[in-house]
Design a protein around this ligand. Structure first.
Ligand SMILES: [Zn+2]
Length: 303
């Protein structure tokens, strides 16, 4: 009997270890964040190395971002199931990055409507092949069954999404981490889901598809909404203050430092002399801080 019990305990531990858990956090009444790991995509996290969210109404569940793979979407669905058995009836894609939309199809099969913007979709189409290559390289067999699918409902201005007894606003933001980023704003509880415009706890990535100046400007919009809670694209639910400290202040810092170097006649190599250690408390600092400065330099050279 005891041996049997030990056997099943060991099994439970193994299945926990196989998948890196997603953490469900309540941020307001019927409003949740699903927080994934801060590291890169891996076979253990199914490409869900990001923060997702969901909103519950009398009509079902509205999911914010669908995960990086079929397994990832299934993991998100199970996380939702720990809170409610209501069906996922709507999925909003906040951006074009793989973990925002790759397994939309999982929820379409359950009858969900997919919502995004034209700019997001243009980016998804432009970078799909490249992103499939990258994620299959990083997560291997865990990618099996994934079928990237585009949203049918495209909203290109601020729109209130009809969603039962909840007030949900879709806000296209423009070019930040990717060319078509969107917010989901819940005015009734003052919660803002920002997707990849806000990173906390880990260093944001200024990627080839990013645009740092309009990214900085997007924080004016966030400040004007003055949210009580921000659910970022990476990291735990947070305050406006911390979102600014970890994302806006870092982008502004890079812009100022790179700008000084350019004025002094510095070249691309010289950006490695920028002391970024004020931000070394952010995860993946070592991996990406040098590249971030180079990307900002590449953009500023042409200003
Ligand atoms: Zn992301």
């Amino acid at each position: 009997m005891i041996r049997q019990l030990l056997g099943s305990l060991t099994l439970a531990l193994i299945s926990l270890a196989e998948a890196e858990e997603l953490q469900v956090m309540k941020v307001a009444n019927n409003s949740y964040a699903i927080v994934g790991p801060l590291i890169d995509r891996s076979s253990e996290n199914f490409g869900n190395n990001a923060t997702f969210g969901f909103v519950v109404s009398d009509q079902g569940v509205l999911l914010i971002d669908s995960g990086g793979s079929w397994k990832g979407a299934d993991q998100i669905h199970k996380a939702i199931r720990t809170v409610t058995n209501k069906p996922v009836t709507k999925v909003v894609n906040t951006g074009g990055q793989d973990h925002r939309w790759f397994e939309n199809d999982y929820f379409v099969q359950q009858g969900a409507e997919l919502i995004s913007s034209s700019n997001t979709q243009a980016d998804q189409k432009a970078r799909e092949a490249q992103q499939v290559d990258r994620i299959t390289h990083l997560i291997g067999d865990a990618y099996q069954g994934t079928k990237p699918t585009y949203a049918k409902t495209l909203l290109d201005s601020n729109t209130t999404i009809a969603f039962g007894d909840r007030s949900v606003q879709f806000i296209p933001v423009g070019h930040t981490h990717t060319p078509g980023e969107n917010f989901v704003w819940l005015p009734d509880v003052s919660v803002l889901y920002t997707g990849d415009t806000v990173f906390v706890d880990r260093m944001l990535g200024v990627a080839p598809q990013s645009q740092h100046l309009t990214w900085i400007e997007a924080f004016d919009l966030i400040e004007s909404l003055n949210p009580k809670v921000i659910v970022p694209g990476h990291g735990a639910p947070t305050t406006l203050e911390k979102a600014k400290a970890d994302s806006l202040n870092y982008l502004t810092f890079l812009r100022n430092k790179v700008g000084e170097l350019i004025e002094e006649g510095g070249d691309m190599q010289s950006v490695s002399s920028i002391d970024q250690s004020a931000f070394n408390y952010l995860k993946v600092y070592e991996e990406i801080h040098g590249r971030n400065a180079q990307r900002v330099f590449e953009e500023m050279e042409w200003e």
